[in-house]
Design a protein around this ligand. Structure first.
Ligand SMILES: [Zn+2]
Length: 145
């Protein structure tokens, strides 16, 4: 499953031989690289409520050193987990409502959603292996945490 970076629609895609696909709603070319996408509060809500795969969300801000350090880790995870996870980024300076909605007290904070609910939460920077292992475990949890 991939999120359209143009309209926010979620697409179930099996890339063709060319490795490309277009959004079923707006026909924009889908980014199949898995690169994390920036969302606002509304985009976050839409994505977590309609995704049939786990959604990893990185709450960050430009002035936060640990966030900048972790950013390449998140990007690398997102690319490797493309299709199996949707990875989103929320800039908490630009989207305080999204941060408030999920009680984000410090950044970076990572949330994993399944079926619209938070199933795991981690605050603080993570290395690549730690992030992959944490997210992998989180993705098998059912919604209640
Ligand atoms: Zn679209």
């Amino acid at each position: 499953m991939y999120r359209c970076n143009s309209c926010g629609a979620l697409n179930n895609v099996r890339p063709g031989a060319s490795g490309t696909a277009v959004c079923g709603r707006c026909k924009a070319a889908l980014d199949l690289s898995g690169t994390p996408q920036d969302v606002d509060a509304a985009g976050l809500t839409r994505a977590v409520n309609s995704a049939s795969v786990p959604v990893l969300v990185d709450f960050w801000a430009p002035w936060c050193g640990p966030c900048r350090m972790t950013s390449p880790v998140v990007e690398s995870f997102a690319r490797e987990a493309r299709g199996r996870f949707i990875t989103l980024k929320v800039n908490t300076d630009e989207n305080p409502a999204a941060a408030n909605a999920y009680g984000i007290q410090s950044i970076p904070t990572f949330l994993v959603f399944r079926n619209g609910s938070v199933v795991a939460r981690h605050s603080g920077a993570l290395g690549k292996e730690a992030l992959a292992s944490w997210a992998g475990q989180a993705s098998s949890l059912s919604a209640q945490a």
